[in-house]
Design a protein around this ligand. Structure first.
Ligand SMILES: Cc1cc2nc3c(=O)[nH]c(=O)nc-3n(C[C@H](O)[C@H](O)[C@H](O)COP(=O)(O)OP(=O)(O)OC[C@H]3O[C@@H](n4cnc5c(N)ncnc54)[C@H](O)[C@@H]3O)c2cc1C
Length: 291
């Protein structure tokens, strides 16, 4: 049986109390949200926090709402809540697509948006979906809060810009009417992490791509984003030929590693093909066609 090393434990009920506990216990303390990533790592002794600060009762971090022209999602929002939200479905179908293929209902009932982004697993689906829609992260520390574009949030595998003494409180997504978005993933079996995945968000002007975001998971894309493919597509007609070229660019510019989920060439092929499928579906949705 695998057992974590000894640690202190406290349950916080507010953001202020969480920050006080982080300051009190220092940089070896960790927040615990759903615990689906942290607890297994502790059991394997890959993580050995000296203290756990449980944020599951910090109700002020659990919400999905529209404020001004933004969709705002609290860090403690569960995967299942994101999946069930009519607001999210109305504005960005990419999240429903992604959530349906993240793990299983048990994990989705407990795992959180904040925990997923902060875990920063290279195969994490929500990071790719949020990257495609130009989200930003609100990070709070003792000296106030700062907002970081998601394109700067991840600094490497399992690493983010959240510093010791800080927590992620919210993710903000600009609402841009008239677009469409979609997410596609290949997994070895239902509920598994991605072999590769791609999401796209598209806005059209008379069938020319006015704005596009493309997110990639599990293929080593810089900040989960296919920036070169986005740059190519902007201003191009929304055609199969444009999507194919964007897929080719996305496949070429990502950096997958071979592992038990597949060799590099296969993952690169999937990155291209899934980019094409996500672009096709997002465009159909932007045109108001069912996809
Ligand atoms: C069997 C299984 C299958 C899975 N499959 C997938 C999958 O297909 N796709 C996918 O994307 N994910 C998958 N996951 C991961 C799942 O989405 C987890 O919910 C996620 O990794 C972590 O969320 P959590 O709330 O459990 O975080 P925790 O495990 O509680 O925390 C993870 C890390 O984030 C930190 N943290 C948590 N909240 C905050 C915050 N607000 N501010 C700062 N730091 C914070 C913690 O200190 C810790 O370092 C899977 C997990 C399991 C167990």
């Amino acid at each position: 049986m695998q057992v974590p090393a000894a640690f202190e434990y406290a349950k916080a009920t507010s953001v202020d109390q969480t920050l006080e506990l982080l300051a009190q216990w220092g940089e070896d303390a960790r927040l615990i949200a759903g615990g689906h990533s942290l607890i297994p790592m502790m059991k394997l002794r890959l993580a050995r926090p000296t203290a756990l600060i449980d944020i599951n009762d910090v109700a002020e971090l659990s919400y999905i709402r529209v404020e001004g022209a933004e969709l705002r999602i609290g860090a403690l929002t569960r995967h299942a809540e994101l999946l069930a939200s009519p607001l999210v479905e109305e504005h960005y179908r990419i999240f429903g697509d992604a959530e349906k293929v993240i793990a299983d209902p048990l994990v989705r009932n407990r795992g959180t948006v904040g925990g997923s982004l902060c875990q920063a697993d290279p195969a994490e689906d929500l990071s790719a979906a949020f990257a495609a829609v130009d989200a930003s992260a609100v990070i709070q520390g003792a000296r106030g809060s700062r907002t970081v574009p998601l394109s700067e949030f991840h600094v490497g595998p399992y690493e983010t810009v959240v510093e010791p003494g800080e927590l992620l409180t919210e993710v903000r997504v600009p609402i841009r009417p008239g677009g469409g978005s979609a997410y596609y993933k290949v997994e070895r079996r239902v509920g598994d992490w991605a072999v590769a995945a791609a999401g796209a968000a598209v806005w059209l002007d008379q069938d020319v791509i006015k704005k596009v975001g493309i997110g990639l998971a599990a293929v080593g894309a810089e900040h989960f984003r296919a920036a070169e493919a986005e740059a190519f597509l902007t201003g191009e007609p929304a055609t199969e030929a444009s999507f194919a070229e964007a897929g080719r660019i996305a496949a070429e510019s990502c950096n997958p590693v071979a592992d038990q989920r597949g060799p590099v060439d296969y993952k690169r092929h999937l990155a291209g093909e899934l980019t094409v499928r996500a672009l096709r579906a997002a465009t159909a949705r932007a045109r108001g066609q069912e996809a």
